[in-house]
Design a protein around this ligand. Structure first.
Ligand code: FEO
Length: 404
């Protein structure tokens, strides 16, 4: 297990998890992920973050190629979630660090996770600094990126921002730098991560970006704790500008149609909604929920200004898979969306109404009533589906073109 020098005397000593498919229990990581930790060799040897407990051996093997772990003087824990701090008790026991640094909220999280008796913890707030010898670390609290305890560490002399979860991506590969993979793949994994994990905290993203600007941080490398490192000013600017764009919702001229179905009636309705959208010049994607995980839906929704949600009425409510995606979607607080509901029913309706109310509760614009059909859709219902798709498509196009 080799470390990788990312700057003079600064090493990536993380772990690549090719097997990860379930990221934190709620989001898919179909391309695996990495847990990045960084080791700085200076008068005070410093380890920034650790890895998931199962990857402790990988991290230690990489550290040992640079120095014995016992020679680590400082540990900086930018975030206490266990994919980064899970090895902390083992590392504290092994390294006996002179100091462990974390944010004020990090201290609370650390005490809630571990027995910290005797740990030499020191709190660092936004604007505080730490001399490692030849270099100085500047701290910037990045609350809610991803937890209240999250913090950035900026190494001024190296122009390096260690950003923890922010700017992360779930991708396991031999490459360590973002400029080594295709821009399309990079944008996809960056977007997938943001819209499934960071999205609810868009206002905090903007605030942290503004604080970083106010601190005049000169950044030519961003090293997140998941995925690839943004090397060079162009790549760093790409990461920063992508986050600024992600956190500033705009209307997108594209739609998604998601549904679950029992005997294909709701599925047939979805097809005709799509044809209505196409007639209004709005491209769309149909995502059957038996074939698409809720995190795939959220990545697709990032590029869509309208979402149609369909379910047959099931036990006076909606199908469990539809409830799953609506619950997940609501928590992620997507903005600037038109919503619409549809679905079949047998002897008692109500499913589409439940969906309509869910979408309304997410502050989506609801410009049409739900379209429903008794058992199997006939021409009249399919015409209504087409018209709903067209009406939403025309309204979305108008918003995108600034006409409404
Ligand atoms: Fe990568 Fe919030 O942990």
């Amino acid at each position: 297990m080799k470390p990788l020098a990312i700057k003079a005397d600064i090493y990536w000593v993380g772990a690549v998890d090719y097997s990860s498919r379930d990221f934190h229990g709620y989001s898919l990581s179909l391309q695996g992920t990495t847990y990045n930790a960084y080791l700085v060799q200076d008068e005070k040897n410093t380890l920034f973050d650790t890895v998931k407990p199962a990857s402790l051996g990988d991290m230690l093997a990489r550290i040992r190629e640079v120095m014995e772990p016992e020679n680590i003087d400082y540990m900086v824990i930018n975030h206490v979630e266990l994919d980064h701090a899970g090895c902390l008790p083992d590392m504290v026991a092994l390294c006996k660090p002179e100091k462990i640094f974390c944010s004020p909220m990090g201290l609370k999280s650390m005490k809630a996770h571990f027995d910290t008796t005797g740990w030499p913890i020191e709190v660092k707030k936004t604007g505080d600094t730490l001399s490692l010898g030849k270099r100085t670390v500047h701290f910037l609290e990045a609350r809610m990126l991803h937890w209240p305890d999250s913090m950035f560490s900026y190494l001024a002399e190296d122009k390096l921002l260690i950003s923890n979860d922010a700017f992360g991506q779930n991708i396991a590969c031999s490459e360590r730098f973002s400029d080594e993979i295709s821009p399309e793949v990079l944008l996809h994994v960056l977007k997938e991560y943001y819209f499934n994990i960071v999205q609810p905290f868009a206002p905090q993203v903007i605030k942290v970006l503004e604080q970083a600007e106010a601190m005049k941080l000169d950044i030519d490398m961003i090293a997140p704790d998941h995925g690839l490192i943004f090397r060079g000013r162009e790549q760093a600017a790409f990461a920063l500008e992508s986050y600024r764009a992600f956190a500033t919702p705009t209307w997108k001229k594209r739609a998604i149609i998601i549904f679950d179905t029992m005997w294909h009636s709701t599925e047939t309705m979805a097809s005709f909604i799509g044809e209505g959208l196409a007639s209004a010049g709005v491209p769309y994607r149909i995502l059957p929920l038996k074939a698409n995980h809720h995190s795939t839906v959220m990545t697709a929704l990032a590029d869509a200004g309208a979402v149609f949600v369909g379910s047959p009425t099931h036990n006076n409510g909606i199908m469990p898979g539809v409830a799953d995606v609506l619950t997940y979607m609501k928590g992620l607080r997507p903005q600037k969306k038109i919503g619409a509901a549809f679905g079949s029913f047998g002897w008692s309706g109500g499913g589409a109404k439940v969906i309509h109310e869910w979408l309304e509760s997410m502050n989506f614009e609801m410009i049409t009533d739900p379209v429903t059909c008794n058992f199997v859709p006939k021409k009249e219902t399919l015409d209504k589906c087409f018209e709903m798709g067209r009406a939403v498509g025309l309204a979305l196009a108008a918003r995108c073109e600034g006409r409404e």
